[in-house]
Structure formats: structure tokens, C-alpha cells
Design a protein around this ligand. Structure first.
Ligand code: HEM
Length: 472
């Protein structure tokens, strides 16, 4: 009798426990049940790939818009549609917005100071807040006079020396970023000291961020081998010191100008004056001030280069329509301005189509990483997965953009079903969405409008007067 009472009590306790924690249990059970159902993917991994985005696109066509790859010890998920990227990276952004470990690039070379490749942490939140405050929409609008001026210089450079168009685009983008960040213009992008120092720092980073190059990425414990026994580590630490000297040097230059009362208001003066509020030390400030250069120069210049490429191949279809609109709204007595854009829907559609058609971040920027187990459409995605959302697959997905390699601004006129507010994903997703998107978009906008207004862009001619074809 007593035995059955005790048994009953135990059963009641177990049942009430199950009842109370039922949702949590159900979730655990779902995860457990799907553990054997990862997304589909190939059995073997290709190595030595030069253009991984082309391979990822093939995989998405073969296996669907969520593909599983086992890259070394890390599960890797490749997303191939805007919908899947939106569902995971945006809507479940709390899970999917960390970064994978970059032991060489982030931990050893940068001492964890580069927010762009930093995982979730208190440091990353401080960094992001500083970047967000410096580049949010209203703040970015205050940089428009700089973009207006630099854009005029760009138009002059394109007019007087069109052959060097790539250098002119780079100068424009670098000058906007360096002025906004450090308060000084760039007149010659090849010789400017700030540009060269930053570019060298970027080269140091890219030289170590090569998958498979360093054993420490696969065997993290090697990170703790003393430098004296590990020449590769001694070398990367030497490189780190060069970065520190460079970034601190630029920060101290601005501090010195502030002390002398000659500093121009810029992102670095803002960081310095808000240092206490952000709770960042000098080194964090110095690296944060360097972030826009690494992320904002090549992306802005490259997007404008994509536009010129589109003009070369498809210009005869869209340039006359854009010019008719510009003639009507702006006329020939003045350049288009930011204020005109609301009355230029066709030019605005060209800008969106440029960002879609040949996205500069072909791999969708730096990979994301997940911080918890998850299931999506019945597929299990383990915690710690690297998640790549290549824009090459997503923006050239035929379901969203029929005839995707054709440059067709009309896609962006009128209503269209597409996840998110922009009709494309050029600036990424969720908590990792590009903080410089307002500044970057404005650079692309003003220059595309002005090039369309002032130039007829077409293919270069060879010595026989024939069009020179370019690689699309
Ligand atoms: C047309 C120009 C630009 C394009 C197409 C672009 C695109 C992107 C993309 C695709 C990402 C990755 C988002 C993700 O991980 O989901 C990104 C991140 C980032 N971008 Fe941009 N970007 C542009 C301009 C700029 C500019 C001007 C800045 C300057 C402030 C900037 C700063 C950043 C930073 C700091 C990140 C890293 C954010 C993080 O890791 O939390 N970008 N950008």
C-alpha cells in the first residue's frame, strides 16, 4: 500500500515536471529527432576552388536553398535563396549573427579588436554601437556635402581621363571614407599616406585569412605554442604590432588636432569625445576608426564599377530612358542632387538593379555563425555552424529574378514579393547588416545619377574601331 502511494507520488512529480517544462522539452525533442536530418549536401568537398561562389551556386541548384557541407570539423550551411537567408539570418538573427573563429586573422593578428570578424561579445556590442551611431541614417545624411564635393571631383576625373576610371572610383570612395573618418581628403589614392597604411593593414589581414593555410585554424591549441617555437606565430604578432602602431598613430593625430583646436568634425572626433560613454579603451577606438576603411572603400568603388559594366553591355536599353527622366526632372543647367532622387524612380531602379546584378559581396560578406542548435523546415542546423549566404546565388536566383544575368531596372519598378525592405540583399541581414549602408548607398546613388546625366557610357573600341568585349 505504502509502496504504491510512493510510486504514485513519484509519478505525479515526474508528470508535473513534464507538464511544466513541456515547451522546452518539445523543443529539445524536436532537435534530437532531427539530429540525423541535416540539410542535403554533397558527400565530398571540392578543394582548391578559385571562385567558391560559383560552386555554391551549383550546390544550391542541385540540393536546394539550404545545403550542408562538412568543412573540416565545422558544419557549414550554404543558403541559396533570399527567403532562407531572411528566415534564418534576419528573423532568427539572435541565433545566427555571430562569426566563426578566425584564429589567425582575428585572434592573433588583430588581438580580437576587429569588430567585423569578432564573434558575439561585450566587445562586439560596444564596437557595433559606436559604428551604428557614427553611420546611422541621420548621421550619414550629414556626410552628404562631402559626397557631393567628391562626386564632382569624380565627374571631372572621368571626363578628363576616362581610361583610368577604376582609379578614379577608388579615389572617390577612399576620399569619402577618410574624410568622414579622419577629417582629411584623399587627392591621390596611390600615394596618400593614410590610404597606403590602411591598405597595407588590409593586405596583412587577407594574407592570413586563407582557409586551410594555417594548421592552427584546425588545431586551435597550437595558438598557445610559444612564439619562440612557432615562427608563423612570431611573424603574425610582429604584423599585429604594425597594425597597432598604424591605427594608434591615426587616432593620436586626430587627438592632437583636437587639442590644438584644428580638428575637423569626423567619426574619430566623435569616438574620442564619446569614449567614456562607449566604455572603449584607446586601442578599441583606434581599430573602430579603421573599420569603415576596410569595409567601405572597395564595396562602394566596386558597386560603381558594376554599374559601368552594366552600361557597357546593356546601356542601350536603359541609358536613354534614364536620360529622358533626368532631362525632364533636372534639365541640363545643373547636376542632379540628393534632393532630386525622390523624383527619379527609373534612376533609383537602376541603382537597385546595380546592387543586385553584380553584387560586390559575392559571398554575402563575412560568414555568420550560429550560437544554438536549430531546426529549419525539418532540417537540423547544429550550434557552431558556419552560415554562408552568397549573394551570387541569392541575387541570381531565377525564382526571384527571372533571366537573372540581364540588367533590367524595370524589376524594381512596381510591387514585388521579396523578403525585406529593399527588394535585394546587397547589405546583408540581421544584427550584422552593413552599418555603413546609408553612406554606401548614397555614394552609389549620387554618382550613378550624375554619370547617367553627364556621360554616354559604352564599350571601348579596338584599333579597328570594333567594340571590345568585356567579361561579365
Ligand atoms: C555599396 C556599398 C556597400 C555594400 C554593398 C556593403 C555591403 C556589406 C555587406 C554585404 C556586409 C555583410 C553583412 C552581413 O554579414 O550580413 C557588410 C558589412 C559591413 N559593412 Fe558594408 N557595404 C557597403 C558600404 C559600407 C560602408 C561605406 C561602410 C562604412 C562604415 C561599411 C561598413 C561595414 C561594416 C563595419 C560591416 C560589418 C558589420 C558587422 O560585422 O557587424 N560598409 N557590408
Amino acid at each position: 500500500m505504502i509502496g504504491s502511494i510512493i510510486l504514485g507520488l513519484v509519478l505525479a512529480i515526474i508528470l508535473s515536471f513534464f507538464g511544466l517544462s513541456f515547451p522546452a522539452l518539445r523543443q529539445r525533442w524536436t532537435l534530437h529527432a532531427h539530429r540525423s536530418q541535416p540539410p542535403p549536401g554533397p558527400k565530398t568537398i571540392r578543394t582548391g576552388i578559385q571562385k567558391p561562389w560559383l560552386w555554391f551556386q551549383e550546390l544550391s541548384k542541385e540540393y536546394g536553398d539550404v545545403v550542408y557541407l562538412q568543412m573540416g570539423p565545422t558544419p557549414t550551411i550554404i543558403l541559396g535563396s533570399a527567403q532562407a537567408a531572411w528566415e534564418l539570418l534576419e528573423k532568427r538573427g539572435a541565433i545566427y549573427s555571430s562569426r566563426p573563429r578566425f584564429i589567425m586573422g582575428s585572434e592573433l593578428l588583430s588581438g580580437g579588436m576587429r569588430g567585423l570578424i569578432a564573434p558575439y561579445s561585450a566587445f562586439w556590442r560596444r564596437w557595433l554601437k559606436a559604428l551604428h551611431n557614427g553611420f546611422m541614417q541621420r548621421q550619414s545624411e550629414s556626410y552628404r556635402p562631402i559626397q557631393n564635393l567628391e562626386s564632382k571631383v569624380l565627374m571631372h576625373d572621368l571626363l578628363t581621363n576616362p581610361k583610368e576610371f577604376r582609379t578614379h572610383l577608388e579615389r572617390y570612395a577612399a576620399s569619402v571614407i577618410v574624410t568622414v573618418t579622419y577629417g582629411r581628403r584623399v587627392e591621390n589614392v596611390r600615394t596618400d599616406a593614410v590610404v597606403r597604411a590602411n591598405a597595407e593593414a588590409m593586405d596583412r589581414l587577407t594574407s592570413v585569412n586563407i582557409p586551410g593555410k594555417f594548421a592552427v585554424e584546425r588545431y586551435p591549441a597550437l595558438k598557445y605554442v610559444p612564439s619562440i617555437f612557432a615562427p608563423w606565430k612570431a611573424e603574425v604578432l610582429r604584423q599585429r604590432q604594425k597594425d597597432i602602431d598604424m591605427y594608434l598613430g591615426l587616432l593620436n593625430e586626430v587627438k592632437d588636432k583636437m587639442r590644438r583646436g584644428v580638428a575637423v568634425d569626423c567619426f574619430t572626433t566623435y569616438l574620442i569625445s564619446e569614449q567614456m560613454n562607449h566604455g572603449m579603451n584607446d586601442l578599441e577606438l583606434a581599430y573602430a576608426a579603421g573599420s569603415p576603411f576596410g569595409a567601405g572603400v572597395e564595396t562602394s568603388a566596386g558597386s560603381l564599377a558594376s554599374f559601368l559594366l552594366a552600361c557597357e553591355k546593356f546601356g542601350q536599353d536603359f541609358i536613354p530612358k534614364a536620360q529622358a527622366e533626368l532631362d525632364r526632372v533636372v534639365g541640363s543647367d545643373r547636376l542632379p542632387t540628393f534632393e532630386d532622387m525622390a523624383s527619379l524612380p527609373y534612376v533609383t531602379a537602376i541603382i537597385s538593379e546595380t546592387l543586385r546584378w553584380r553584387p560586390v559581396a559575392v559571398l554575402g560578406g563575412t560568414p555568420h555563425a550560429s550560437i544554438a542548435d536549430d531546426t529549419y523546415r525539418g532540417m537540423f542546423i547544429p550550434k557552431g555552424s558556419t552560415v554562408i549566404a552568397p549573394l551570387w546565388s541569392i541575387h541570381l536566383n531565377e525564382n526571384d529574378f527571372p533571366d537573372p544575368h540581364t540588367f533590367l531596372p524595370e524589376r524594381f519598378l512596381g510591387q514585388r514579393e521579396y523578403p525585406g525592405p529593399f527588394g535585394h540583399c546587397a547589405f546583408g541581414w540581421g544584427r550584422r547588416i552593413c552599418p555603413g549602408m546609408h553612406l554606401g548607398h548614397a555614394s552609389v546613388t549620387i554618382n550613378i545619377a550624375r554619370i547617367l546625366w553627364g556621360f554616354n557610357v559604352g564599350p571601348a573600341k579596338d584599333e579597328r574601331g570594333e567594340d571590345i568585349d568585356v567579361d561579365m
